[in-house]
Design a protein around this ligand. Structure first.
Ligand SMILES: [Zn+2]
Length: 240
């Protein structure tokens, strides 16, 4: 399966620009995104906001690698880099998407935010919220009239080389895209629930509880049903 397009948007409060002592023109947004598409790898510039653009390019490779064994690939569409402080904490989601959202339900829009102060979560406090999707696909098709909010949202510091402790290898995007494609959490409904909806995923009583410490108990077995807890499944909460 190949999705029609995957559009990426990096929303930032500021991007540093050293234009005082250099005559090189400031690149346009289109030029910046072209650099992303070329998958430039700038792991040495981790402390500059601009490096987030390059980390996002690496993140796209992580996403492709994670889904490729399942015959799902993503065709990269256009990207936007928006330096817009009032959007950067996800507090003006609808207004932002009216400007940036692209495509139909066949296209996946992905937003990277510095913070998610206004995102709702039943599971985690805002400062631990890594990402979310607006809705599951249900019976939507490419021809279904699209809700403006439909998208994948990820904390920008969870991309590879990011600074979110224990979640800095890019798997947050893989997890959220799993939701966007219709997967639930592995612990959905506990030992006798629905799980992630995949028949060979063992049940687990609750989410892996060690995401704060970064440890991972691979022998955890919280249900009497067959199989150890799927702590290495992308749809669990286990640390990376
Ligand atoms: Zn989730």
């Amino acid at each position: 399966m190949q999705l029609k397009h995957c559009f990426f948007a990096l929303v930032a409060a500021s991007i540093s620009s050293a234009s005082d002592i250099c005559g090189t023109p400031t690149p346009t947004e289109e030029q910046v995104w072209r650099a992303v598409s070329l998958q430039a790898q700038d792991l040495n510039a981790q402390d500059r906001d601009i490096s987030l653009v390059n980390k996002t390019a690496i993140e796209i490779n992580v996403l492709q690698d994670a889904f490729k064994p399942h015959n799902i690939t993503f065709k990269l569409g256009r990207g936007d880099v928006s330096v817009e402080p009032k959007w950067s904490d996800n507090c003006m989601e609808r207004q932002m998407k009216q400007r940036l959202q692209k495509g139909t339900y066949a296209d996946m829009n992905v937003y990277f935010f510095p913070s998610m102060a206004c995102a709702n979560s039943e599971q985690l406090p805002h400062n631990r919220l890594l990402g979310y999707v607006t809705d599951f696909p249900d019976d939507k098709t490419a021809n279904t009239k699209r809700q403006i909010l439909d998208a994948v949202h990820v904390r920008a510091d969870t991309v590879p080389g990011g600074k979110f402790e224990n979640f800095d290898m890019g798997m947050t995007l893989v997890h959220e895209v799993g939701h966007w494609l219709g997967l639930f959490h592995t612990f959905q409904g506990g030992c006798y629930g629905y799980g992630d909806g995949v028949s060979d995923t063992p049940y687990e009583d609750d989410t892996t509880a060690d995401y704060y410490s970064g440890t991972c108990n691979r022998r955890r077995d919280s249900c009497t049903t067959p199989g150890l807890d799927p702590v290495e499944n992308y749809m669990d909460y286990s640390a990376e």
